[in-house]
Design a protein around this ligand. Structure first.
Ligand code: C5P
Length: 222
């Protein structure tokens, strides 16, 4: 399609979500938080007492996921499940861990594929996740792969969780995040890895503004 798409992939806490929001705001584009879809599938599965071993049940939940995203004035996007705002409930590291389990199921990924592609609408889309550049938008205009040291990523996650008043401690967060990343990188289907044509940015020692500026300059010179 002709819709410009910027993909931002990377491990947990690499800054994807924040950076994607900022880029979308600068460009006046819409945003796809693909991780929220996997978090919602896991959340709905737990609500419906569907076991994470039940691949058929999980795929059915993914296919029929009654989700709507609602953009707020402050650029925050609410996730509504059956009209109920579950944005806070899906933000915990526990929800992220559950998401990464259902995300390893191929039929779940297939069920979410077209739904994700439908987000590509003019004037443009910023899509963040794990396989945006490799699988969902292989022809994206610009592909970014963000990294950061495990320590920095855990610190960022801890701060985010505190902002949402979700308590956790740093030591357990580091090990949880490392375990989740290993699962995401080593799974058979759509593992987390940079697309061949992605620009890699290590954000460990960069401010949000610096990362945003880098991406915008890549886009201008693409
Ligand atoms: O980005 P976020 O932390 O919200 O993602 C939660 C989980 O969803 C990830 O750990 C990953 O397992 C899964 N995910 C995925 N593909 C994406 C986005 C997220 O497999 N495009």
């Amino acid at each position: 399609s002709n819709t410009p798409v910027i993909t931002i992939d990377g491990p947990a806490g690499s800054g994807k979500g924040t950076i994607a929001q900022r880029i979308a705001k600068e460009m006046g584009w819409t945003i796809l938080d693909s991780g929220a879809l996997y978090r919602l599938v896991a959340f709905a599965a737990i609500q419906n007492a569907c076991s994470f071993d039940d691949e058929v049940g999980l795929a059915e939940i993914a296919r029929n996921l009654p989700v709507t995203f609602e953009a707020q004035d402050n650029n925050i996007v609410l996730a509504l499940l059956d009209g109920v705002d579950v944005s806070q409930s899906i933000r915990s590291e526990k929800a992220g861990d559950a998401a990464s389990k259902v995300a390893a199921v191929i039929s779940v990924r297939e069920a979410l594929l077209q739904r994700q592609r439908d987000f590509a609408q003019l004037p443009g889309l910023v899509a963040d996740g794990r396989d945006m550049g490799t699988v969902v938008f292989p022809n994206a205009t610009l592909k970014i792969y963000l990294t950061a040291s495990a320590e920095v990523r855990a610190q960022r996650r801890l701060k985010q969780l505190k902002d949402h008043e979700l308590n956790d401690n740093l030591a357990s967060l580091i090990s949880d995040i490392q375990e989740r990343d290993a699962r995401d990188m080593n799974r058979k289907h759509s593992p987390l890895r940079p697309a061949k044509d992605a620009h890699e940015i290590d954000t460990s020692d960069l401010s949000i503004e610096e990362v945003v500026a880098k991406i915008l300059s890549f886009y201008k010179s693409h």
